[in-house]
Design a protein around this ligand. Structure first.
Ligand code: LHQ
Length: 263
């Protein structure tokens, strides 16, 4: 079994986090969760990181919880699965949504169970055409977690969410894109170059404003129009005081590409 469950590389403003348990389709273990939490914590505070790219090593993206880790041995008491959610999955999903830097998921292969939640918690999901999305929970007598019951109906609508969650059928990447579950599906050979190009482009963008944009869109489902208009006013105030706004307008007027600093 691979010893380093997560590979981290920072280059050109992008932190690339590669789930690295290819023999188990990058299923989550406690060690992988801890490495991911530490990497996200560093990325949050590192000014050299202005965008993130999350992908998987080998032929899978992430097969959800490693089922061999959670299975009680014969004679052992049944486990409280809520504890694993409280300790690992819920903080992971909250952190990804709350991180005010753009996060791209490059879904290189199957995403199942909490692996779907991981992908959908990212801001822009690009998948290889051969990848698929499986709400595997119903296959093993569990309830979708890791944000799946929040993301699915909002992204794909409740009929598709219900169908995916109750049947556990694999949804191919192109259908996921048609349904609005993900941003797009691309040929397998183009996945990593497209996803990286996008992450680098975002990293060179006005990342403070992109972070605020993320905040506005994430708050939107819980807000009525009045509250959302107030939020937009407050966030625009903040963005308008930033250096990137001055640079963006100056570059436009001078007919040159902007040089955003993320401030
Ligand atoms: C795996 C896994 C896996 C271990 C593939 N674990 N080994 C749950 C409980 C607790 C608390 C919190 O929340 C959760 C959240 C969840 O995520 S529950 C859902 C857990 N995930 C699943 O139920 C998915 C299980 N995997 C599959 O159904 C299949 O592997 C899929 C459909 C993803 C891919 O199928 P194939 O392409 O046919 O690959 P495979 O099944 O042959 O898998 C390759 C290897 O990876 C294989 O090992 P082996 O030694 O036979 O080569 C699998 O056993 C292993 N693997 N997923 N989650």
């Amino acid at each position: 079994m691979t010893e380093t469950p997560l590979l981290v590389a920072v280059d050109d403003g992008v932190a690339t986090l590669t789930l690295n348990r290819p023999e188990r389709l990058n299923a989550f273990t406690a060690a992988l969760h801890e490495a991911l939490a530490a990497a996200l914590e560093r990325a949050t505070h590192d000014d050299a990181v202005r965008a993130l790219l999350i992908t998987g090593a080998g032929r899978g993206f992430c097969a959800g919880q490693d089922l061999s880790e959670r299975m009680p041995k014969p004679g052992e008491a049944r486990r409280d699965l809520g504890n694993g959610l409280e300790r690992y999955y819920n903080p992971l999903i909250r952190r990804l949504r709350g991180l005010e830097k753009p996060v791209v998921a490059a879904v290189n292969g199957v995403a199942a169970g909490a692996g779907v939640g991981l992908a959908l918690a990212c801001d822009i999901v690009i998948a290889a055409q051969s990848a698929s999305f499986i709400e595997a929970f119903s296959r093993i007598g569990l309830v979708p977690d890791a944000g799946n019951t929040w993301f699915l109906p909002r992204l794909a609508g409740s009929a598709r969410a219900m169908g995916m969650a109750l049947t556990g059928e694999a949804i191919p990447a192109e259908r996921a894109a048609d349904w609005g579950l993900i941003w797009k599906a691309v040929p397998d050979a183009a996945l990593m170059s497209e996803a990286r190009e996008l992450a680098v482009r975002l990293a060179h963008g006005p990342t403070r404003a992109l972070g605020l944009t993320k905040r506005a869109l994430n708050r939107s489902p819980a807000n009525d129009l009045d509250s959302q208009l107030d939020l937009e006013r407050d966030l625009q105030r903040e963005a308008g005081l930033g250096e990137d706004y001055r640079e963006g307008v100056a570059a436009f007027l001078e007919k040159r590409p902007p040089r955003f600093s993320g401030r």
